[in-house]
Design a protein around this ligand. Structure first.
Ligand code: C5P
Length: 490
């Protein structure tokens, strides 16, 4: 639908001015440019929807029944917009709500730029400032940019009456702490709730992004490093800090990263964002069972939790996920197509059938051997004569996919090692021809099989990065971040 038609549908220029809170010259500019600014699209989409006009929230093109009654040109957009249409009608497209926490530090002024950028995206931004934060920028300037009240006090009667601190935390789709001082990171790591900011962090169910900014020595201090690792291991993401001159006159890592970088990471972390849309990803998971006879089998201790977490997280990022799972005792993960298999051979053929794909993640603990000549009939127990089993080697799914003519752009394997996981993991990466290996030390004191936590070394051709011990879900999130970089920017 062209811009003039949209303005007409909304009741004319003055109605659009009132809707967007802009003057007449802004509306004329939109007409000249033939487009509304990005931040206005959600409002326009909502206003049109309220008037019974169904448009694609991204392109503002007509969709559905209305399109049939309009020009052939707009009808052509119907098919392309059908996904957006179903997202919109299922309530999937609403302006995301961000809870921004500004803690004390000279970099707090950059949070103002961040708010502006978030508002340009059409996001709702509610801000909590710590006492320190309010020393560097005023709640008034923050409110002028966010268009919302700025919250500072945990025990404010008026605030509680308008928007209780729990609701402030629970309503957010994403919490961003920027700038984050060493102090707020320490309090968050300890699970403290001694002000409104830390209380909200503790109460929220939303993902949390932290952008630290502090003196380089404070950042390098083992206490801050340990706090950062703790926060990461709980699934929070940390962006930066950057290196360079800091306000305190010292050089090193401590500068707040560019607000645009925070914005783009925030965008990626927002639930419902789909950076992996149109990407097909196959995940193998769980153990395989290799029959000895019709009733007995050989298995291993894999629970399938890591593979399922990966499938679920990738699906949440918009990928079309096929999970090929051996026998596990877990409910199917949300959003993925699940193909259940039993043996390694079945897993291989299901994986090959799922090609072509953009990526294959082999997280399954595939049995290395199958029992030669296993039949359906139960082997008879003859006292004093245990059967002699002979084994045949199972196909290596990871190596097969890595060398396949339809090899996906990205092939990822796991390596459970009992010693020197990085060296062995890298060796496995080369031998099997995959791109990345996530190696974990299963000989370490903390268990991996069946546990909810995992400690992974992320190994690529560029080297190895040791991720802190974290939940399997957080490992899946970290892997998804790397995959998004590789599949969408690489
Ligand atoms: O050789 P190893 O079992 O240590 O290799 C582990 C990696 O290889 C995992 O990614 C696993 O899913 C994959 N693998 C496979 N098929 C096999 C054996 C292992 O895909 N037969």
């Amino acid at each position: 639908m062209n811009i003039d038609a949209i303005i007409d549908q909304l009741g004319g220029a003055s109605a659009v001015q009132a809707l967007l809170g802009v003057g007449p010259s802004a509306v004329s500019n939109y007409r000249i440019r033939g487009a509304f600014p990005e931040y206005a699209r959600v409002k326009i989409w909502q206003a049109l929807k309220a008037r019974g006009v169904q448009v694609d929230p991204e392109t503002l093109e007509l969709i559905g029944a209305v399109a049939e009654a309009s020009s052939p040109q707009t009808t052509a957009s119907t098919a392309a917009s059908s996904t957006a249409s179903s997202a919109a009608s299922s309530g999937g497209v609403t302006a995301p709500s961000i809870l921004l926490i500004i803690s004390g530090g000279i970099a707090a002024y950059k949070a103002l730029e961040l708010i502006r950028r978030m508002k340009d995206k059409g996001w709702q931004v509610r801000v909590i400032m710590t006492k320190g934060g309010a020393q560097f920028v005023t709640p008034l300037s923050v409110s002028a940019l966010s268009g919302e009240k700025t919250y500072t006090d945990l025990f404010s009667l008026t605030d509680e009456a308008e928007m209780g601190h729990i609701r402030l935390a629970r309503d957010a789709d994403l919490v961003v702490v920027a700038p984050a001082t060493a102090n707020i990171m320490a309090r968050m790591a300890q699970g403290m709730s001694d002000d409104l900011a830390t209380t909200a962090v503790l109460a929220t169910g939303a993902p949390i992004l932290i952008a630290p900014a502090m003196n380089p020595h404070m950042w390098a201090n083992p206490a801050t490093r340990a706090n950062a690792e703790t926060l990461k291991s709980r699934g929070m993401r940390i962006i930066g800090p950057d290196s360079g001159d800091t306000a305190c006159g010292e050089e090193g890592a401590g500068r707040l990263v560019d607000p645009m970088a925070i914005l783009s990471m925030a965008e990626q972390m927002l639930p419902g964002q789909t950076p992996l849309k149109n990407r097909r990803i196959v995940v193998t998971s769980g153990p395989t069972h290799e029959p000895i006879d019709g009733v007995r089998y050989i298995a291993n201790r894999s629970s399938g939790k890591q593979g399922q977490a990966i499938a679920e997280v990738l699906a949440r990022h918009g990928a079309e996920v096929t999970l090929i799972s051996g026998p596990v005792d877990l409910p199917p993960p949300a959003g993925a197509d699940v193909i259940r298999v039993t043996t390694a051979k079945e897993m291989l053929s299901a994986t090959l059938n799922a090609l072509p794909a953009d990526a294959v993640i082999c997280a399954a603990a595939v049995a290395d051997w199958a029992v030669d000549g296993a039949g359906k009939a139960k082997l008879k127990k003859t006292p004093g004569q245990p059967p002699a089993l002979t084994f045949v080697e199972n196909p290596d799914i990871l190596a097969t996919i890595s060398g396949h003519p339809q090899r996906p752009k990205l092939v990822v394997g796991f390596a459970a090692e009992t010693e020197t996981p990085v060296a062995h993991g890298d060796d496995k990466r080369r031998r099997k021809g995959c791109d990345w290996i996530l190696a974990n030390d299963v000989g370490a004191e903390a268990p991996v099989f069946g546990a909810d936590d995992n400690q992974v070394h992320f190994i690529t051709a560029k080297g190895a990065v040791t991720w802190p011990r974290m939940t399997k879900h957080a490992v899946a999130e970290h892997l998804a971040t790397e995959m998004i970089k590789e599949l969408t920017h690489g």
